[in-house]
Design a protein around this ligand. Sequence first.
Ligand SMILES: Nc1ncnc2c1ncn2[C@@H]1O[C@H](COP(=O)(O)OP(=O)(O)OP(=O)(O)O)[C@@H](O)[C@H]1O
Ligand SMILES: [Mg+2]
Length: 161
Amino acid sequence: MTQTVEANCSADFLIRGRKSAFKTHSPEETQEIGVRIGRQLNPGDVVALIGDLGVGKTCLTQGIAHGAGVYQDQTVNSPSYILINEYEGKIPIYHIDLYRLERLEDIVDLGLEEYLEGDGICVIEWADRMSELLPENHIQVKITGEDEFTRAIEVLPVSAD
Ligand SMILES: Nc1ncnc2c1ncn2[C@@H]1O[C@H](COP(=O)(O)OP(=O)(O)OP(=O)(O)O)[C@@H](O)[C@H]1O
Ligand SMILES: [Mg+2]
């Protein structure tokens, strides 16, 4: 199933548990896909973002935070230097960026696993760096750059069963 931003896809594409694919042509369109994802998230959900440097993971996260009901006055930007940003909202959001992760053990040392098991929503950039530690149930989002402004976004709900 391939959908573009322009296509009139159902609002609950994620809840249905099927793979969805989108194509965006601007940062605003990527944020809009993020909003749609965010609206479907529940407490405890983990979103694993995978994609190259500068492809749009933070951009998508901005939309996800907005869609999940983060209070308006908070800036959502890359937490690269501090690994984790917390945003308050209807459901707390933990924005984790593993770009600077040096050792997998640091995840444990920093207590990141507690966030993953908690009732907030975790959105993880460079989630493939901790694939062994991701919960069995999570939402995998792969972003691929096709040209300067075109991004392919694949959303795949992963579950144990
Ligand atoms: N369709 C698009 N969707 C998202 N971003 C786009 C798009 N087209 C161009 N861009 C540009 O790509 C960049 C995406 O930056 P962003 O910080 O979101 O990427 P990132 O994957 O989080 O990077 P990093 O790996 O450094 O964390 C921005 O400069 C944005 O303007
Ligand atoms: Mg980023």
